[in-house]
Design a protein around this ligand. Structure first.
Ligand SMILES: Cc1cc2nc3c(=O)[nH]c(=O)nc-3n(C[C@H](O)[C@H](O)[C@H](O)COP(=O)(O)OP(=O)(O)OC[C@H]3O[C@@H](n4cnc5c(N)ncnc54)[C@H](O)[C@@H]3O)c2cc1C
Ligand code: SF4
Ligand code: SF4
Length: 1017
């Protein structure tokens, strides 16, 4: 039995009092103060970990004003604050022991747009891709680009002055910020915009905080103009935090305070709103993917490519390419970056040309291709081949792969993982190749592996050396390498902070700027934040404040993970390996990951949140010398353990604290859709460790009744199906639904099929042919047979579909055999009844292996259950055997279909695929399209996220609201504008969810095929 985890680090009394007062002062946002909430904000994508005291989620500008006004009172002057957006920083910028103010949850409004003048006004929590998908129909886009564009916020981008691909032409974020609305620490709201020098001097008169700021910044910049020009390098990735060089325009006639706030990393003010310059979307974009024999060749060839007037040149090395090849993302680009026969591709450059004039862009591409042909033929510059992407969707696919590259590095084999701490250097592009040669020599000296990619046009290369931060010696090595790279970069006239900001690496600032200029930075900090209360430890300290900046060797996540024994870490790698890159915070409701995060906007309901909580849970168990894996075997039933569980559960009901409850809450929110297991670059498989956690949790606490019902649903259904009408009669009674909701915790239970499958197939040879019959046949005879594998949900709730599969098999000239129902075990696995699941899986595998031995194809209909055979059944090891159950489309692909077209030939159909299938079998929807095309029909595949049902999740009363809301995010709107009779779904869950919330019955695609097949026969 797991022990009670009583302890969680408490908050300070001052914070607690502040939070109480905040509510009384009209704060309307959310407040997070549980340990789980705080842990979910204790990391970003950096190597560091720091536990905040609380989290505030303001809903409006006024909420931020309320926070700051209360904070300005004498009582609370010791509380510090750190603004936070997507939390994707690589330098710990948003980490703090104080209070985090997270604007990403609620402040996501797009407030105003002016197409004529080309600007948009947004709240700071708007995600960059969210903004661009809103702007797209208007023909505009927000130009600064970054790899984390689907989860990084505008506030975070402004505060780190983010930039990336295309920066040579488009510049950095600050280039596109027209004005900001920011809240100062005393509650004052300021609006910034470019002002004439005279206007700025007028604003600088008076006693307001704003006036003081204007006076101080103006004098600091003017008095030190020569020094600023000398120290701030003239690179594309110019220096920010604080950008003294661009506050005044070239001739000092224009002053813009915005430039100081851009790149200030939340150390000066809260940015609440921003007015951004937006550009018309270029009409044409084309990409040339150039392949090289070495990464060095790719780097050395970059200036030549920039000369070709490319919009951008991006590079990726072979380490990253190889990791991409093993990821789902490769599926979308494999045709666009093919291998070169007889050569090994060690690096690629992605060269983009864009504009409004197709002819001109094509001319540029043609000229480059001509030069590349020459290089290749003469074997120069290491060019071994190239491919062009002329269609926009191809260009976007390549960039999606490039964007995922950073995360993929975390998927490297072994305990040492490529990590960010020197990953953001910028040097003059013409020196990049030489610089990287020296950089590599440093890493090679330490025998380290690494991956590289970046923006070679701007001299920025992201290098992540592989270290195991749980080893104290690697912690020390990280510091040594940091210092060495900082020195090397300076010797090339470069910057340690190319585009990801400073954070913990502010520690190198004083040395870089020198005492005089560094003092000017401190003057700026002082006038905004004299008591060092806004994101302390980053950028610089105020004058008269000697609190040191955060040290490079501050406590890292590795230091916490180190406390968990290696064997436990290895066994729970699924949770341990999350590297925090935050891809699972993807804002896009049409992408499968992660439905629970999207609907709750709560980080504890994301894969990262769940992995973080399990890691801490393992650490707390380790503190008590508990190895959870040794508990696995002691979960058997006894009266003593039952009475203990009753007592523990009683205590839990009386609010006795146990950190395990917080972890459990986070696991309860998971739909077990498995999107994370493939979409996450590290393949963090939450359902796998969730099941293990649940099993262990219930060694201490009683299970809810619903768990037992779900776990027993497979043996129960055949019994219930003996009298389907009686069961349905009862289920239709409102009082039964009410009782079920109240005492069982289940709602909206679907009606059983009537007539049952057996009745529908009565007399059909599919029902009467047995395995023994098949055994008695010759191989040639068996070649005409197909075995239909039943699953509990389709067979007992949607018998028509199984019947239709039988009919389709017949229409196509084969003989179907219905395999007697054998429980699959997935419901037990989902609920963490792992031992029972192992037993069920073993029995089922035995039967399926018998069929496999007959070499007759086995076909099932439901993706979640069929894919369970391929994934969760791996727990059986060798006992799983080699059996293979195909999904309908996989089998149909092996069959020669009739060639004449059906009268439905012109028909358009719309396919909504099950999210587990979309992520585990990314080519499934294309294969369905090909099958429909063979019938002469057109199948449109719809990008929809999760439907919100996911097995029994949607039927559990506690999940009802979330289930409905998830359905409303993407399925409902996508169904609304399509003819419902033409909409198809591969998942049983999805079809029942559409029926439940939309009232419509939709078909499985095989039923549409059957319809077409029948019409033409
Ligand atoms: C895989 C990966 C790839 C990346 N690629 C790029 C890239 O190509 N280019 C690039 O520039 N960066 C990149 N980054 C770094 C990171 O995504 C950017 O710095 C991004 O701009 C951070 O945005 P965020 O919303 O996540 O901010 P956070 O990480 O939450 O915060 C960043 C900083 O901004 C401050 N801040 C946030 N919101 C506000 C606000 N409203 N008011 C005041 N201060 C605020 C925080 O205090 C913190 O100091 C990458 C990171 C990862 C993990
Ligand atoms: S769960 Fe995966 S996608 Fe999410 S932060 Fe962790 S590694 Fe990244
Ligand atoms: S299984 Fe689905 S709901 Fe659960 S964490 Fe993974 S993506 Fe999120």
């Amino acid at each position: 039995m797991i022990p009670q985890l009583h302890h969680s680090p408490g908050q300070t009394d001052l914070t607690r009092k502040f939070l109480q007062q905040l509510k009384h002062h009209g704060f309307t946002g959310d407040i997070g103060q549980r340990y789980a909430d705080r842990l979910s904000m204790a990391t970003d994508n950096s190597i560091y970990q720091k536990l905040p005291d609380a989290i505030l989620f303001p809903k409006s500008l006024q909420d931020i004003v309320t926070i700051t006004q209360l904070a300005a009172t004498e009582t609370y002057r010791k509380i510090t604050f750190t603004p936070r957006g997507g939390g994707t920083g690589t330098n710990g910028q948003s980490l703090t022991n104080g209070i985090v103010v997270d604007l990403s949850r609620h402040m996501r409004g797009i407030l105003d747009f002016n197409a004529e003048e080309g600007w948009v006004r947004v709240e700071a929590g708007v995600v960059k891709d969210q903004l661009n998908s809103w702007l797209k129909p208007q023909g505009f886009f927000f130009a600064p680009e970054l790899s984390t564009s689907n989860r990084a916020t505008i506030g975070g981008m402004i505060s780190t002055d983010a930039s990336g691909q295309g920066s040579l032409v488009y510049g950095k974020t600050s280039t596109h910020v027209l004005g900001l609305r920011a809240v100062l620490l005393n509650g004052e709201v300021i609006d910034t915009a470019p002002l004439s020098r005279q206007q700025a001097e007028i604003t600088g008169q008076g006693t307001s905080q704003e006036a003081k700021i204007y006076r101080e910044v103006m004098s600091s910049c003017l008095d030190n103009r020569a020094l600023i020009e000398q120290k701030f390098p003239k690179l594309n990735r110019f220096l920010t935090g604080y950008d003294l060089r661009h506050v005044f325009s070239a001739q000092d006639e224009c002053f813009d305070l915005t430039r100081i706030l851009c790149g200030a990393e939340g150390s000066l003010a809260f940015i609440a709103e921003a007015t951004l310059n937006v550009l018309p979307i270029p009409k044409v974009r084309q990409l040339v993917n150039i392949k090289y024999d070495s990464f060095d060749s790719a780097l050395r060839n970059a200036p030549f490519l920039v000369e070709a007037k490319a919009l951008s040149v991006e590079t990726v090395d072979s380490t990253v390419l190889n990791l991409a090849r093993e990821d789902i993302v490769w599926h979308s680009v494999s045709e666009l970056i093919t291998e070169v026969e007889g050569q090994v591709m060690q690096g690629i450059n992605l060269v983009e040309f864009a504009g409004d004039d197709l002819e001109q862009v094509e001319q540029q591409v043609a000229e480059l291709c001509q030069k590349l042909d020459q290089l290749r033929e003469t074997q120069q510059a290491g060019v071994i081949g190239y491919q062009c992407c002329r269609a926009l969707d191809q260009v976007e696919k390549i960039y999606a792969m490039r964007k995922k590259a950073v995360g993929l590095l975390g998927n490297a084999k072994g305990r040492a993982k490529p990590i960010p701490f020197v990953e953001d250097t910028a040097v003059p592009p013409e020196h990049l190749a030489d610089y990287i040669t020296e950089f590599r020599a440093i890493l090679d000296n330490h025998n380290l592996s690494y991956g590289m990619f970046g923006h070679v046009d701007a001299g920025v290369l992201h290098v992540r050396p592989a270290l195991d931060m749980t080893l104290p010696e690697h912690h020390q090595l990280m510091l040594t390498l940091s210092d060495q790279v900082a020195k090397l970069t300076r010797s090339y006239g470069g910057l340690l902070w190319g585009e990801h900001g400073k954070g913990y690496r502010s520690a190198y600032s004083a040395d870089f700027f020198g005492p005089e200029l560094y003092e000017q930075l401190r003057r700026i900090k002082t006038v905004f934040d004299p008591d060092n209360r806004l994101n302390p430890g980053k950028i610089c300290q105020p004058l008269n404040n000697d609190t040191p900046l955060l040290a490079i060797d501050s406590p890292t996540r590795g230091a916490f993970d180190r406390q968990i024994p290696v064997v436990v870490r290895e066994s729970w790698r699924g949770a341990m390996d999350c590297n925090g890159n935050g891809l699972c915070f993807n804002f896009d409701v049409n992408s499968p990951m992660c439905p629970s995060m999207k609907v709750t906007r709560d980080r504890i309901h994301s894969p990262k949140g769940r992995a973080t909580l399990v890691r801490e849970w393992l650490r707390l168990l380790s503190e008590q010398n508990i190895d959870p894996d040794s508990l696995d075997s002691s979960t058997g039933f006894s009266l003593r353990s039952l009475s203990q569980k009753v007592k523990n559960s009683w205590g839990a009901n009386k609010n006795e604290y146990d950190f395990s409850h917080e972890v459990k809450e986070s696991m309860n929110g998971c739909l077990a859709c498995k999107a994370c297991a493939t979409q996450c670059p590290i393949k963090i498989d939450v359902p796998a460790f969730r099941a293990r956690f649940l099993e262990l949790y219930h060694t201490r606490y009683l299970r809810p009744v619903a768990d037992h019902i779900v776990a027993n649903i497979e043996p129960l259904l055949p019994v219930m199906a003996k009298a389907p009408q009686a069961v349905n009669f009862l289920l239709a009674k409102p009082w039964v639904n009410q009782l079920s909701r109240r005492y069982v915790g289940m709602v909206d239970l679907p009606a059983l099929s009537h007539p049952t499958l057996r009745r529908q197939l009565s007399g059909h040879s599919a029902l009467t042919t047995t395995l023994e019959d098949l055994q008695g046949m010759s191989t040639e005879q068996r070649a005409h047979y197909v075995v239909v594998v039943q699953d509990p949900f389709t067979s007992f709730y949607e018998a028509n579909l199984v019947n239709d599969l039988v009919q389709l098999i017949t229409v196509l000239g084969f003989k179907p055999v219905l395999l007697p129902f054998v429980p699959n075990g997935k419901p037990q696995q989902v609920k963490g009844f792992l031992k029972r699941f192992a037993r069920t899986a073993k029995k089922s595998a035995e039967v399926l292996n018998r069929v496999e031995a007959l070499q007759v194809p086995m076909v099932g209909t439901d993706p979640a259950l069929v894919l369970c055979y391929r994934d969760e059944y791996k727990l059986l090891g060798c006992a799983r055997g080699e059996f293979k159950v195909l999904l309908a489309h996989e089998w149909l692909k092996t069959v020669t279909l009739p060639t004449e077209r059906s009268p439905e030939a012109q028909a358009h159909w719309y396919l909504f695929s099950h999210c587990t299938e979309v992520t585990a079998l990314p080519s499934a929807s294309v294969q369905w399209q090909e099958l429909f095309a063979q019938f002469g029909a057109t199948l449109h595949t719809i990008n929809a996220g999760c439907c919100g049902m996911a097995g029994t999740y949607g039927h559990e009363a506690r999940n009802l609201e979330n289930s409905r809301n998830i359905f409303g995010l993407s399925w409902q709107p996508q169904l609304a504008d399509k003819p419902i009779e033409r909409c198809l779904a591969t998942g049983f869950s999805c079809r029942s969810q559409v029926k439940r919330f939309g009232g419509d019955k939709i078909k499985h695609p095989l039923q549409a095929l059957l319809q077409m097949a029948r019409q033409r026969s």
